[in-house]
Design a protein around this ligand. Sequence first.
Ligand code: 13P
Ligand code: ZN
Length: 271
Amino acid sequence: MKNILEAPFVEEMKKITANMYRQGWDERNGGNISYMLDEKDVAEYLDLNNVIRTIPSGFDATELTGRIFIVTGTGKYFKNVQDDPENNLGIIRVAKDGTTMELLWGYSDGGRFTSELPAHLMSHMARLSVDPENRIIMHCHPTYTLAMNYVHELDEKKLTHTLWETCTECMVVFPDGIGVLPWMLCGTNEIGEATAEKMKEFRLVVWGLHGIYGAGKDIDEAFGLIETVEKAAQLYMISAHLPRINTISDKELQIIAEGFGVKYRKDFLDL
Ligand code: 13P
Ligand code: ZN
């Protein structure tokens, strides 16, 4: 059996949590990540018959029975993952009943998966239903995106449009736009269900006055989506109070989408 601490997926989780912490998006225990793994990859490092303990999730994820995820721990700091992955991360498998998680590795101080597991696993189900390649759900509190929540309307079309017109790359990176939820209590099944509903349509979902969710086939895709939104939000926040002289027009946004051949939310433009 190979050393789990050298597994590529543990390495990826160490690198991305450290990177996100350095961006300032994951203060204290802010943010969480779940990454769906291939059973055969995990079997190289862990005895899949050895369940360390079982943890009830409080919601039904029968659709994901047998699926294995590496997930950040609740209350754990992203900045500490690199030095102590076994305590700050866990590898869990969805049990047959769909509501129990089988711990295969990690959470070594007796901890458990993120309080946002409902939003993560329900979002995995939603994304997999429209994109079988999806593997990652990522949540964080990016500074400018969050600042923008306080000064910009929390409306999917308006928020997406403002970000698209702020930065030429935005239309190319997230032509499908951004879903928006109003402020809701986090850590609940309700916010999980609402997030998953949006995830059927969007790879990005803003949690009003809280943060953002990104989804992707790999860590680069989910991170890149959030990073691009955050860059555009930064440009917006440092320029919105100044007189606007130039902007990317809706006609130009259409030219970008057609030039790059991306399928975009036409209803988010006024042509
Ligand atoms: P956890 O520590 O439970 O992952 O929660 C952090 C967070 O960002 C809540 O939305
Ligand atoms: Zn959060």
